[in-house]
Every structure is written in C-alpha cells, then in structure tokens.
Ligand binder design. Structure first.
Ligand code: HEM
Length: 496
C-alpha cells in the first residue's frame, strides 16, 4: 500500500489501484493500447498506474519522451521486465531485446552492422526471389477472382524472407500450407495473446521471479512448447553451418558467425600482451554459442511477425482508399516504366509517395507500441519529476499518433500527405515513433522498410487491390506481442 502512494506523492494523476493487483485486472477486459488512450482522456498526457506493486508512468508528452528515450538514455537503458522471463543480467540465453547495460550494448554493437545500408543492398535479390513466389500465389487468386486473406499470404512471404535472409533456410511456406516452422512461429505469437494466470502472479509478486520461471519451465515439459522446438531447429542449422566447409552466403547468420567467440582460436589485440586479457577482450567482442542462437530466434520472430502485420495494414488501406492507391501506382509506373526494371534498394528508397504511405500506415497502426517502454536504472529528474530506479516509463504511442493538435481534425482518416516534405519537417522528433526511439530503437527498421516497400511496389505494379465484398472499413484488431488484424485482411485482386 505504501508503494502505491508513489504517484500521489509525485502529484501525478491516475486510476485507483487495487492493493493486490494494482490496475492489472483492467487489461483482462481491454487491450493495453486502448486502455492507455482511455486513461489519457481521463487523466491527461502523463499519468501513473500499477502492475501489481510496480509503478508505470505512461506519457505522450514529447519532451518527457525525448528525455527518457534519447537524452537520458544512460539512466533508462533497460526495457520493462516481464515476470516470467530470463534474467536480463545473468542468464546466458538473454537476447538483445531483453538484455540491458553493457550486455545490451555488446549484443547491439555486434548486430548493428548486419542491418547497414550495404547489407540491405546485398539482400535485395534474395528478397526479390521470395516476392516472385508470393506473386505467383497472387496470380492464381486473381485468375480465380477469389476473395482471400492477404495477411495469411503475407505472413508466409515475410517468414520465408527472414528464413532465407537470416539463415539461408529455404522454408517455402508460401507453397506448403502447413509448414512446421511457420506453424510454430505462429504458435509463439498466439501464446502472447493469452493472459495466463502465472503471469498475473508474476506481476503481483515480482520478487518471486525465479519461482515463476521454474514453474513456467516445468509446465513447458508437460505440453508442447513451440519456442523450444524452434530453438532446437535453429541450433541444428547453426551447427550444420559451422561444420560446412565454406560460408558463402551474406545472410544474418553469416554476419553473426563472424562474431562468435571460439575458445580454440587465437585472437590478437594490439593493445595487450597478456593472453588472458586478449581472450577477455575477444570474449567481450564476440557472441557465445547460446547468445548466437538466442539472437537468431529473436530475429526470426521479430522479422516475420511485424513486417507482415505492417503490410497487411497497408493492403487494407489501399483497398479502402482507391485514390491513394492510384497516386502510388502512378509513382511506381514513373520510376519503373519498363517491364524488365529491377526493383531494388536504391529505386525503392527514392519513391517519396511510397514512403508517405508506409509512414502513414505505421502512424495509424503503431503495431509494436506496447514494447516502447524503458525502466529507470538510476534515479534522475525528468521535466521536474523525480524518477526513482525501477519505475517504468511507457510511451503512449497511440495517443501520440492520434493527437489532433499534431495530425489535424480527423486522425482516423488515412492521409499520406501528413508526411509530405513540408509537413514532415514540422514534426517533433517524438511525434511519430512506431519503431521506438533513441539508441534502442528497432534494429531491423531498414530491413522491414526494404522488404515492406519492395513488396508493395511489386504487388501494386501488377494488381489493383479491392476490398472483399461485405467487409467493413474498420478492422477488428487484437493485442498480443504486436497489435494485429484479428480476422485477417480480406481483399480481391484485379490485374492492371
Ligand atoms: C514494420 C516492422 C517493425 C516494427 C513496427 C518494429 C517495431 C519495433 C519496436 C517498436 C521496437 C522497440 C523499440 C524501442 O523500444 O524503442 C523494436 C525493437 C526491435 N526490433 Fe523491430 N520492428 C519491426 C521489424 C523488425 C525486424 C524486421 C527485425 C529483425 C529482423 C526487428 C528486430 C528488432 C529487435 C532485435 C529489437 C530490439 C532492439 C534493442 O532492444 O536494441 N524488428 N522493433
């Protein structure tokens, strides 16, 4: 009860917490992203609530967000910890998403080069090969004048793409309706839409964290766990690649391989004479085998789920906004007038209207908003508020993205011109943050953007997208690890 006085002492409004659950029970009925907006209407841009005894400060104040995510990153380098997750500081299987402090910095520094512009250029042909297969599926749907769920086909495309670009794996889920890899990845994501009782206990009694992990682990032995299945499969791929004679691919795994620590190898460091120092430095710069496979699993899951969801929203908006679709098709035709024009990094990134459509989609549907949070690691003052270690600062991204003072009278309409050159220049850096912000913003942003834009261009170059009959303009959406269309996105295609 004493801990729950904290926001009152800080003079920050918020919903009244229950002494045991805090405000957690609310999320049993209403998804977090909706509840955050409803509370913002009642309490203003900055308010506090409790997850069990843990205080969460929610804000759409852009100056506070800039302090927390960018300027005072040193004090806020950690993510929100979930009660049933591995220890971010100690456990070997921690990946970049949950790591913090020096450990996070090391993992991120190693991964960053895998997503730079030159690597993206190298990946364009691999992405194109996957889009070829995707378009051949769409050809058939179009020929049969079929209404279909484009979200399902997009998930297959983005899964095959990350499998190929990530690990050189020819998954071909686009042609195999019941592909095992895809089924298990979907299993992991589906589990995140459930709110198990164990999680509730974990939130209420966070200090018993080790106990919840053990129970979770033992429960995992009783029923099939898709995470363990995927980990084993990825482990086998990594092992096989390690023993293959020559690595010729330019995939993510290859780049991470070059960072794996090998105790048998001789490392040289011009700054040190001592062998143990050299090994310590090397170990610090390289990934352990466990870290390597954890990073791979993270890339597989985040690479497939987020990008397909973003593309599904683009398709929904194209189907319901024929004028926007036409303007975009005109731009595509202008940039790629000949049949044999190759779509690749450089031409796709130059298309301005395409960029506006991409940005507007992610404004209207900031699908990964709930993970955009930081934990205070060292007491500090932010815009006159004293923030103590342990407090979570959650960005209220839907409130930011639907703020009429920034986006005009009707933020519900789909209007790519909000991101025209002049309008973009006027935006506060924190007004649009679907990929988060600061040093911990999404590492896969460039990859998602490239794959997303190439898919849109190739699809709209060939087809006109129409809404399926009987389908309303408003999508039903559900919250899990991401916020995604609950019943898919039904469309029809007509050849242009
Ligand atoms: C449209 C697609 C995507 C969206 C909207 C998205 C969104 C996000 C968001 C909001 C975060 C948290 C940022 C923060 O806390 O400030 C994040 C982190 C992350 N994303 Fe993405 N993401 C996308 C695609 C991808 C792809 C394709 C990959 C990998 C191939 C990826 C890998 C990651 C990783 C590893 C992190 C953790 C970064 C860290 O903690 O340092 N994401 N993403």
């Amino acid at each position: 009860r004493k801990q729950m006085q904290i926001f009152i002492q800080m003079g920050i409004p918020g919903p009244k917490p229950n002494f045991l659950f805090g405000n957690l029970l609310t999320f049993w009925k209403t998804p977090m992203f909706e509840q955050y907006r409803m509370w913002a209407k009642a309490f203003g841009k900055t308010y506090g609530y409790f997850e069990g005894p843990s205080p969460v400060l929610v804000t759409s104040d852009k100056d506070i967000l800039a302090e927390v995510f960018v300027k005072q990153f040193k004090e806020f380098h950690a993510r929100k910890i979930f009660p049933v997750q591995v220890d971010p500081d100690k456990d070997e299987e921690v990946h970049m998403f949950f790591a913090r402090g020096e450990r996070w910095r090391r993992l991120r520094t190693i991964a960053n080069p895998a997503f730079n512009t030159s690597k993206m250029r190298m990946m364009s042909p691999m992405i194109n090969t996957q889009i070829d297969k995707f378009l051949s599926v769409l050809d058939k749907k179009c020929e049969n004048n079929e209404e279909f769920d484009v979200y399902d086909v997009l998930q297959r495309l983005t899964f095959d793409t990350i499998a190929k670009c990530g690990f050189g794996l020819e998954a071909d889920s686009i042609r195999k309706p019941d592909d095992e890899y895809l089924r298990n990845c979907r299993g992991v994501i589906d589990d995140t839409t459930k709110r198990p009782i164990l999680f509730m206990f974990g939130f209420i009694f966070p200090t018993l964290h080790r106990l919840w992990i053990s129970i979770y682990y033992w429960m995992g032995l009783l029923k099939f766990n898709p995470v363990i299945w995927l980990e084993n499969k990825l482990g086998a791929i990594i092992k096989e690649r390690k023993h293959s004679v020559k690595h010729e691919s330019c995939d993510l795994l290859e780049m991470l391989f070059n960072s794996e620590y090998d105790p048998a190898r001789t490392y040289t460091d011009p700054l040190s004479d001592s062998d143990s120092d050299v090994k310590a430095v090397a170990r610090n710069r390289f990934l352990s085998s466990q870290e390597l496979s954890s990073q791979c699993l993270l890339f597989l899951l985040s690479g497939y789920e987020t990008t397909s969801t973003a593309l599904a929203y683009v398709m929904h908006e194209m189907a319901h906004n024929p004028k926007v679709q036409l303007v975009l098709q005109e731009e595509i035709d202008r940039f790629l007038p000949f049949d044999d024009d190759v779509i690749e990094y450089d031409n796709v990134m130059k298309m301005e209207y395409l960029d506006m459509v991409w940005r507007e989609t992610l404004r209207k549907y900031p699908l990964a908003s709930t993970v955009i949070a930081r934990q205070c690691m060292k007491g500090t003052t932010v815009k006159g508020m004293r923030i103590e270690p342990g407090m979570i600062i959650q960005a209220n991204v839907w409130d930011l993205h639907y703020d009429p003072d920034v986006w005009g009278e009707d933020p519900n309409t789909f209007d790519p011109l909000r991101f025209s050159f002049e309008n973009k220049a006027k935006l506060h850096p924190m007004a649009w943050m679907p990929f988060g912000s600061g040093p911990r913003a999404c590492v896969g942003l460039r990859f998602a953007q490239l794959e997303g834009k190439m898919t849109i261009v190739r699809l709209l170059r060939k087809f006109k997208v129409l809404p399926a009959d009987q389908v309303g303009k408003k999508l039903k959406i559900i919250e899990g690890a991401t916020i995604f269309p609950k019943e898919g996105v039904k469309i029809k295609l007509v050849e242009r």
